[in-house]
Write a new protein. Structure first.
Length: 186
């Protein structure tokens, strides 16, 4: 592997880690209705585990109410069961062919739990970044021994990996702080 390939692959994986964290943070309830809370819930639909967004139109009806309109009315009970079993503290109500979900404001204890969950997700993402940095440095060392690359070139590449890691760690810290503040300011 060439040095440029190693650096590019490392940066791509780090960006995927940040993207994954962003998607996970979207699914954490803050007291405001958001389709991201439930659209990736897995619903047992004719024996297959399917994302809710593939089975129904999910929309925000009011500031604290989500509406779910199943494409197949026969899937309504399975959707309700999936929402109830997701442990999100949501209580779906059947309303004809639609499902209304009131998103309650979390209690102080629940907010503390949510903040702890956000921080844990952030820490897990940082661990993933450190693993990417370790793998990139290992690949750079292997490239140096295989291709007899100069110490200066490898040192510069490792510094680039460290810079990318620091930048991504800062993004993660910012994302976690923003989400924790959003949860606490309810």
């Amino acid at each position: 592997m060439e040095v440029d390939e190693i650096l590019l692959e490392c940066e791509e994986r780090m960006e995927k880690t940040i993207e994954y964290l962003g998607n996970e943070l979207k699914g954490i309830r803050t007291g405001r209705a958001s389709t991201a809370l439930i659209e990736y819930l897995k619903v047992d639909y004719y024996g297959a585990s399917t994302d809710l967004r593939e089975l129904a139109a999910v929309s925000v009806a009011e500031a604290t109410i989500l509406m779910v309109k199943p494409f197949d009315p026969g899937a309504k009970n399975e959707i309700i069961k999936a929402i109830e079993s997701a442990d999100l503290g949501l209580n779906p109500q059947s309303d004809g062919n639609t499902i209304r979900i009131s998103v309650p404001t979390p209690t102080a204890d629940r907010r503390k739990q949510l903040v702890a969950q956000v921080k844990k997700l952030g820490e897990n993402s940082k661990v993933a970044l450190r693993n990417e940095r370790r793998d990139a440095n290992k690949n750079l060392d292997a490239a140096q021994s295989e291709h007899k690359l100069g110490d200066d070139e490898i040192k510069g590449a490792k510094e680039s990996v460290d810079d990318s890691t620091k930048a991504c760690n800062k993004k993660i810290d910012d994302m976690v702080t923003r989400k924790a503040t959003e949860i606490e300011d309810i």
